[in-house]
Ligand binder design. Structure first.
Ligand SMILES: Cc1cc2nc3c(=O)[nH]c(=O)nc-3n(C[C@H](O)[C@H](O)[C@H](O)COP(=O)(O)OP(=O)(O)OC[C@H]3O[C@@H](n4cnc5c(N)ncnc54)[C@H](O)[C@@H]3O)c2cc1C
Length: 466
């Protein structure tokens, strides 16, 4: 008998697990993929929004603004990368009113550190922007993170505090037994006092398993393009055009790893598994960026990827205890990454109305990240290599990732090539793993003891050899 079962190990499920792991609770998280962060949370822009693009009074505005505040301490305690670089929503001469409306919306939400800047300011601080851009709303609290590293930091901290993670296990049926819930998966049956449904794109299906009606989730695809490291950062801030009803528009995003990403598109589709990228979307992104100023050379695009936002007609997050002991989180689309820690707090407050929460005496509040050789000074590198010579063996040349980092990723739970990539960046550079994939597979074979033909890119049947 569990106190709480969380369904879904994306950024939301792991943030909730991390928020609840400080209390004396027996918690199980069930995730159908073989690793956490393999759903919507693996493909997003990595922006920690200010919150002012969400409408005042909406749950997403409140939780995004609060989530944004929480990221500073969390990133320090759990040692994942986060930088407040600020965002600019840009406008032409006749569009200033729309910036003033956004400013007013932000003030009502309670967001500080906003100001409208003019062409003179933009010419000094963002010289790559088009001269036709006359004004911008500067939100200084906006930041960037690495969404997988944040997710794995929450996962590792929750695990260190005894949250049980059952991966590669799919919830197939949910029934209510008096005051308890029974959850049947493809592997086992569990009973619990509380169910937290944060199954992302499939949260509506999971709710239906429990016979609870909810909003239908329809996927809204967002394609993004990553530029080669040699392009560097095209802008210092995250650059947004003026938002449209269903999208924040095509952005210029300086990434946490000092590269540039452009996108995402916004296209409503039917298929929750359709992650294809298209030339039409690529052209659309390049043309939209041209309107902002920078001209993108297509040869500098090293990869395209897409993610599906779990959108609903409500257009806002829905988080509610829909039946006693069953909390539904539906429609957690953007700014879900931003809001995740605040969603953890929000869900904790719902639970606390039903269960007396006592802080664990053994609670571990800190976590250390995998050392990153490429970011270290020469003397720090030498000290680490003296302690462990595997940190002196480069495996991924493009991103300067060592054998020591890959081994550390595996020891922390990576079982697939993508799991290692998301934790270390190896295979993320210009050559896309042409040089390092075989070497990573050798390490996986040795460390995990799996035959080469059972190594997968991202679980299921994504085998890399036959
Ligand atoms: C293109 C794009 C860009 C974005 N950019 C940003 C941004 O810059 N900033 C921001 O704040 N937000 C952004 N978002 C939104 C953000 O990525 C999402 O809000 C967030 O990732 C949702 O996380 P989640 O945990 O709810 O979903 P997921 O990560 O999908 O997690 C849900 C998990 O549930 C599992 N699951 C489903 N069904 C079952 C079952 N039956 N049994 C067991 N497990 C199950 C899935 O496998 C999945 O891992 C963006 C989204 C997209 C698509």
């Amino acid at each position: 008998m569990k106190d709480i079962i969380i369904i879904g190990g994306g950024i939301i499920g792991t943030a909730i697990a991390q928020a609840l792991c400080k209390y004396e609770l027996d918690i199980l998280l069930i995730e159908k993929e073989c690793e956490c962060s393999f759903g919507v949370s693996k493909s997003n822009s990595g922006i920690i929004h200010t919150g002012f693009q969400s409408k005042y009074g909406s749950l997403s505005a409140t939780l995004a603004a609060r989530g944004n505040q929480l990221y500073t301490d969390l990133s320090i305690d759990l040692d994942f990368p986060f930088r407040r670089i600020g965002e600019l929503i840009v406008a032409h001469i006749d569009e200033k009113q729309q910036l003033e409306d956004l400013y007013k919306n932000g003030s009502l939400i309670g967001i500080s550190e906003m100001k409208i800047v003019d062409r003179e300011w933009l010419a000094i601080h963002e010289p790559n922007l088009s001269e036709t851009i006359s004004f911008a709303l500067l939100g200084s609290t906006a930041g960037i993170t690495n969404p997988y590293e944040a997710c794995y930091a929450f996962f590792e901290n929750a695990k260190a505090n005894n949250v049980q993670f059952n991966l590669s296990e799919t919830v197939e049926n949910i029934s209510q037994l008096n005051e308890r819930w029974e959850i049947r998966t493809n592997m086992s049956t569990y009973q619990t006092n509380f169910v937290i449904n944060c199954a992302g794109l499939f949260a509506d299906k999971v709710s239906q398993l429990a016979d609870i009606e909810c909003e239908t989730i329809f996927p809204r695809k967002g394609e993004e393009l990553l530029l080669d490291r040699h392009v560097g950062e095209l802008c210092k801030h995250i650059i947004f055009p003026l938002p449209k009803p269903n999208t924040k528009g095509i952005l210029i995003i300086p990434t946490i790893d000092h590269t540039t990403m452009i996108g995402p598109t916004a296209e409503v589709i039917d298929d929750k598994e359709d992650l294809r990228t298209t030339t039409a979307s690529k052209d659309h992104i390049i043309n939209s960026i041209k309107d902002l100023g920078p001209v993108i050379d297509p040869a500098t695009i090293i990869t395209a990827f897409s993610g599906l936002r779990p959108a609903t007609k409500l257009g806002d997050f829905y988080i509610n205890e829909d039946r006693k002991g069953f909390i539904n989180l539906i429609g957690i689309q953007s700014p879900g990454l931003t809001a995740a820690p605040a969603i953890g707090e929000f869900v904790t407050s719902i639970i606390s109305k039903n269960i007396k929460l006592t802080i664990k005496k053994t609670y571990i509040s800190k976590r250390k990240s995998i050392p990153k050789i490429r970011d270290m000074s020469v003397s720090a590198k030498n000290t680490l290599i003296k302690k462990d010579s595997d940190f002196g063996t480069i495996i991924c040349r493009c991103e300067e990732v060592t054998k020591g980092e890959i081994l550390e990723a595996i020891r922390r739970g990576a079982k697939t090539l993508d799991g290692i990539k998301f934790r270390t960046r190896c295979q993320m550079g210009r050559c896309h793993g042409s040089f390092c994939t075989m070497k990573i597979m050798d390490i996986m074979h040795e460390e995990l003891g799996i035959p080469y033909n059972e190594i997968t890119k991202r679980g299921h049947d994504s085998y890399v050899t036959i």
